[in-house]
Design a protein around this ligand. Structure first.
Ligand code: ZN
Length: 415
């Protein structure tokens, strides 16, 4: 276990004008699931607070927990476990192959390729694919389905090594990883180096505008070091040799940006329009972030009041979704196994373990119908549609879901 490092300079531009935005207190490390026999004091906590750089606008955490403590052995996240994510990556493969006219033997590198959820579709089309991922479990699943995968963190040094070995990429895809790296400038430098002339890099990042607009404060956890607007992402890419050519808004991860970048070409109208929109609505250089912090405090009070009222009325409460965001929400709101009996999750790698901090035991989703708690707190609200459909039987029998964000509410069968 390494020590968390306090950040004094902006991770993107290096300046020191970092202004506090929101402090969520000390929270357990997300995704470090405990064994039932581990004592509660074994759950490691670290400060969880975000600041904004007043020079480049990048919103970021105040500490960096060593990546090996977050993503190493035992990292329980497998992209292919969720049907919604499987569908997302299959359609992403089709969209990227179509947009860039990727033919057989085109070279595609994916950074943080996890279990090959996207690349397996391109490998099946005969493209020359390479996955890069530091988590041994998911990387080994990827190799089993025919996706060559390096167990490694991507950085500029690895990019240079790959270039020396003769690799260059027509397309680099990096989804949900740029926000995880302690030195994003080095990462972008590596991407620029590894691109073939005329090649394109596609990044997907959680979008600050959606996080703030949806009060999705639980997307803030130690793995997510940066929270990008288009404006701050563009400043980062330009500084290290890439320009944004196009941008799409996605609904994945509670709201994401997909940007298409390269070292040549001109930005699309969509890029200019979103840039202007961020200024107009005050996400950049406006009071939006100050209001966000106050609204998050109010949300916590409302959720706790709702749970207290339900329990006073005789409710029994379980939860759904032992995802990283659950750790933040439960810790910040002070909700634990005194309020909630268990948390259901689709990922069998998590069953039998407990969430750090709250100590909720993690069980298969079938347990909801067996135990019939009167209410289920929907911690994985970003998969609401999928979960409500999967739990049709629980709902038919009278079970209700509590959606915590952006305003806590109870939904029954009619939703
Ligand atoms: Zn900065």
């Amino acid at each position: 276990m390494g020590k968390a490092v306090r950040v004094r300079c902006c991770r993107s531009c290096g300046h020191t004008n970092l202004v506090p935005v929101l402090d969520l207190g000390r929270t357990p490390l997300a995704d470090r699931l405990a064994a039932p026999e581990d004592p509660p004091e074994a759950d490691r906590t670290e400060p969880l607070a975000v600041v904004i750089c007043s020079d480049c606008g990048l919103v970021q955490l105040t500490v960096t927990v060593p990546p090996d403590d977050l993503f190493g052995q035992g990292y329980p996240y497998y992209s292919s476990v969720s049907p919604a994510l499987r569908a997302h990556f299959a359609s992403t493969a089709t969209a990227l192959a179509g947009r860039y006219g990727l033919q057989r033997h085109a070279r595609v590198v994916e950074i943080a390729s996890n279990d090959g959820a996207m690349l397996r579709h391109l490998a099946a089309r005969g493209l020359a694919v390479l996955g890069i991922d530091p988590s041994p479990g998911p990387a080994s699943v990827a190799r089993d389905v025919g996706v060559p995968t390096l167990d490694a963190y991507f950085d500029a040094a690895l990019a240079r090594r790959l270039v020396e070995e003769g690799w260059s990429a027509d397309l680099i895809y990096a989804a949900n990883v740029l926000a995880h790296v302690p030195d994003p400038g080095d990462f972008v430098t590596g991407v620029a180096q590894l691109l073939a002339p005329g090649g394109r890099a596609v990044f997907e990042v959680g979008y600050l505008g959606d996080l703030v607009g949806g009060l999705a404060f639980d997307m803030i956890y130690h793995q997510h070091l940066c929270y990008f607007s288009l404006t701050s992402l563009e400043a980062l890419l330009i500084r290290y040799g890439l320009r944004i050519l196009d941008v799409e808004r996605l609904t994945t991860q509670g709201g994401s940006l997909r940007v298409h970048a390269g070292s040549d070409g001109a930005p699309s109208e969509a890029v200019a329009a979103l840039r202007i929109e961020e200024r107009r609505c005050g996400l950049v250089g406006g009071p939006v972030l100050a209001r966000f912090a106050a609204a998050v405090h109010t949300l916590r009070d409302r959720l706790n009041a709702l749970l207290a009222k339900l329990i006073a009325d005789g409710a029994s409460i379980a939860a759904y979704g032992a995802a990283a965001k659950a750790t933040t929400l439960l810790a910040y709101c002070g909700i634990d196994d005194r309020t909630i009996a268990f948390v259901a999750d689709l990922n069998p790698h998590k069953w039998g373990r407990r969430l750090g901090g709250s100590r909720l035991p993690i069980v298969p989703p079938a347990r909801l119908v067996e135990a019939m708690p009167s209410h289920v707190l929907l911690l994985a609200w970003n998969f609401a549609e999928e979960i409500l459909a999967q739990q049709a039987e629980y709902r038919r029998r009278g079970g209700r879901f509590i959606v915590p964000l952006p305003v806590p509410r109870v939904i029954g069968l009619d939703a």
